[in-house]
Each structure stands twice: as structure tokens, then as C-alpha cells.
Design a binder for this molecule. Structure first.
Ligand code: BTX
Length: 324
């Protein structure tokens, strides 16, 4: 498998161009017969390969999977996704990420699965995560920021995902504070940010993202049909999940580095450009009760400001909101 990952790395660096058999065998330090065997294995796993006399090999298409190989091949990040923990089926990628974070996993480690059987949303709600059609991923990061700033990371993640979806699909998603991404008014993405922290020190932040990618409309549960959608259902085209993951990771990494350098201000501006709830009448359901008013915007911490009456502004830290 070490040869295998070196081989994929070589193809990744070649960016779709041909690699000669000689070059590969020099790089990997093994015979051309051995290389041919590895190429055969890749083909069996669903890679579409092309071999041309005198030019060599190239990968035409990756299989529609999200195991580590498909994500690593062509990934241009420094640290995001450089360690990938993949499992076919898990209870929840969040659970695994918490364990890995505890055990000292490096910043940028991601946990990804083809299916979750106990995928979860906020407040122990269920997140449907059916096999092969979505992106069920948790990212581990270790920012040195105060606890009260961590909600900003949810907003930053939302911006990264929207940018990635725009780039890969040409769709224009909207963000609904704090953690929903919608297309045509229906939810395609949910984000769950969890912390490992003590007193005022953040050890790790675990950002779970659930993205409906290739479900057909009829695949959604009866109770989700009216509120949820997928990228493919909206664009009419199947979407390459590993490509979308790569774009999310690179956009996230860029925004996150900017955030660590310059704070939340530049991210806030971007976030506002995608937000649909601003300056609208909304109903916010919080754990303390329901509030109605006009969403004025977010403050510099990422907290929603709700004007509930003449000169009265409430700060909303967490809620489900409905736009009237
Ligand atoms: P949330 O609490 O904002 O949203 C959960 C609500 O969304 C559910 O009550 C339901 O109404 C609706 N819902 C459930 N499944 C879906 C779906 N597939 N598409 C659209 N709407 C749905 C949002 O929580 C945060 C979700 C994070 C999911 C990721 S997946 C990877 C990681 N692992 C894990 O267990 N959770 C995160």
C-alpha cells in the first residue's frame, strides 16, 4: 500500500497528464511489471485508466468513492485533509473525530464515511446519512482562540462550503444563520461544530459537515421531502464528491489561515454576502423560548442580532430560525 500511495501521488502531481512507465518505475523504485500489477488493482477498484504506447499511463477518472485515495489524488492543501481516516460505515464521524482528537490527531485530520447510521445534528437531532450519496465528514482543527469565538468557525465553514459548491456545480447556495446552507429554500448542508476545551483553552474544534450530494428527490424520507434537497436534485447532474471535498478543504484552509491572521472581520463580510436572513422578519426558536423580530445582522463574534422592539436588540447565540 505504500507503493500504491506513492503511485497515486505521482499521478496527482501529473494532474491528468501521462506518466511514462519508466518514470513511474524510477520514482517508485520498482519494476514495470510491479507497476502494471498496481495499475490492474486500481482498475478493479473502479479507476478509469488509459495506457498509450510511448506515452505511458494516465488516470482518466476516479471511481465515485470518498475513501482516502480519491480525496488525496489531486489535493492541493497544506494541512487540511493531509491525514484521512476513512471507514465505509460508522455510527457518526463526529464520534470518531472526538476520539482521534483526544489521542492527539494532527490539525487538518478528517474523518469520512460512506454511510452513518447514527449521524447527528444539533441538540441530538438525527442527520440522515445514506450510503454513497453524500459527504459525511468531520474536520479536526486546533485554533488558539478563546472559547467564545468558536461559533465563528461554523460561519467560516459555511462560507468555504458555499464557495466550493459554486465552483464545482455553478449553483448559488444561500446561508441561513447559523449553520444551514440552502438551495432554492431547501437544506443541502448542515454543519455541527463541537469543542474539546477546558476553562478558557480550546484543545480542538470538530466541525461536522453533512452534504446531500447525489440523492434523487424521491430518495428523501417523507418527513424531509419538503425541507431537504441535494446538489444533484437541484443541478440535474451527478456531482463528483471527491472533487467537491477537495474544493471544500482548500477553501476552508485558505479562509482559516486568513482568519488566524486577520480575525473574523474579512470572513464576516463574505458570510454576509451569502446570507439570506439579514434585514428580514424572522422567528427564532431558542432553548429559552421563541423570539420574533428583524434580523439586523451578526456582530463581530458571529452572534445574531435580533431587533425585537423599538430600540430593543437581543443577542441570539443559538437557535433555529424561520424567515417569515
Ligand atoms: P441541525 O440540528 O441544524 O439539523 C437537523 C435537522 O435537519 C433534523 O432535525 C431534520 O429535520 C433535518 N435533516 C436531517 N437529515 C437531513 C439531511 N440529510 N438533509 C437535510 N436535512 C436533514 C445540522 O443539524 C448539522 C448536521 C451535521 C451532520 C454532520 S455529518 C458528519 C458529522 N457526523 C455527524 O454525526 N454529524 C455531522
Amino acid at each position: 500500500t505504500e507503493i500504491r500511495s506513492k503511485l497515486l501521488e505521482a499521478f496527482s502531481n501529473a494532474e491528468g497528464e501521462f506518466l511514462s512507465g519508466q518514470k513511474i518505475s524510477d520514482l517508485l523504485g520498482c519494476s514495470r511489471t510491479a507497476i502494471w500489477k498496481h495499475m490492474e488493482e486500481l482498475r478493479k477498484e473502479g479507476y478509469e485508466l488509459e495506457a498509450v504506447r510511448r506515452r505511458g499511463y494516465r488516470i482518466k477518472r476516479k471511481p465515485d468513492k470518498v475513501s482516502g485515495n480519491e480525496i488525496s489524488l489531486g489535493l492541493h492543501t497544506q494541512f487540511m485533509g493531509r491525514n484521512i481516516h476513512f471507514e465505509e460505515e460508522v455510527t457518526s464521524t463526529q464520534k470518531i473525530a472526538h476520539k482521534l482528537a483526544n489521542a492527539g490527531a494532527k490539525e487538518g485530520t478528517i474523518v469520512i464515511a460512506e454511510q452513518q447510521i447514527e449521524g447527528r445534528g444539533r441538540l441530538a437531532r438525527v442527520w440522515y446519512s445514506p450510503k454513497y450519496t453524500g459527504i459525511w465528514m468531520s474536520m479536526i482543527i486546533r485554533p488558539k482562540i478563546p472559547l467564545n469565538q468558536t461559533p465563528q468557525l461554523t460561519l467560516l465553514t459555511a462560507v468555504a462550503i458555499v464557495q466550493a459548491i459554486e465552483k464545482v456545480t455553478g449553483l448559488f447556495p444561500d446561508i441561513k444563520w447559523p449553520n444551514d446552507i440552502l438551495i432554492n429554500g431547501k437544506k443541502v448542508v448542515g454543519i455541527l461544530t463541537e469543542l474539546q476545551a477546558e476553562a478558557d483553552q480550546v484543545h480542538s474544534v470538530i466541525i461536522g459537515t453533512g452534504i446531500n450530494v447525489n440523492q434523487r428527490r424521491e430518495d428523501f424520507h417523507e418527513d424531509l421531502k419538503s425541507i431537504a434537497t441535494s446538489i444533484a436534485a437541484e443541478s440535474g447532474e451527478k456531482c463528483d464528491r471527491s472533487l467537491l471535498i477537495q474544493e471544500i478543504l482548500i477553501h476552508f484552509e485558505n479562509l482559516y489561515e486568513q482568519y488566524l491572521r486577520s480575525g473574523f472581520k474579512p470572513i464576516k463580510l463574505l458570510w454576509e454576502s451569502y446570507a439570506i436572513s439579514l434585514n428580514k422578519e424572522i422567528v427564532a426558536k431558542t432553548l429559552q423560548g421563541t423570539l420574533k423580530g428583524k434580523a439586523l445582522g451578526i456582530d463581530d463574534e458571529g452572534i445574531l442580532l435580533l431587533q425585537t422592539g423599538e430600540g430593543k436588540i437581543e443577542k441570539i447565540y443559538s437557535a433555529d430560525i424561520k424567515i417569515k
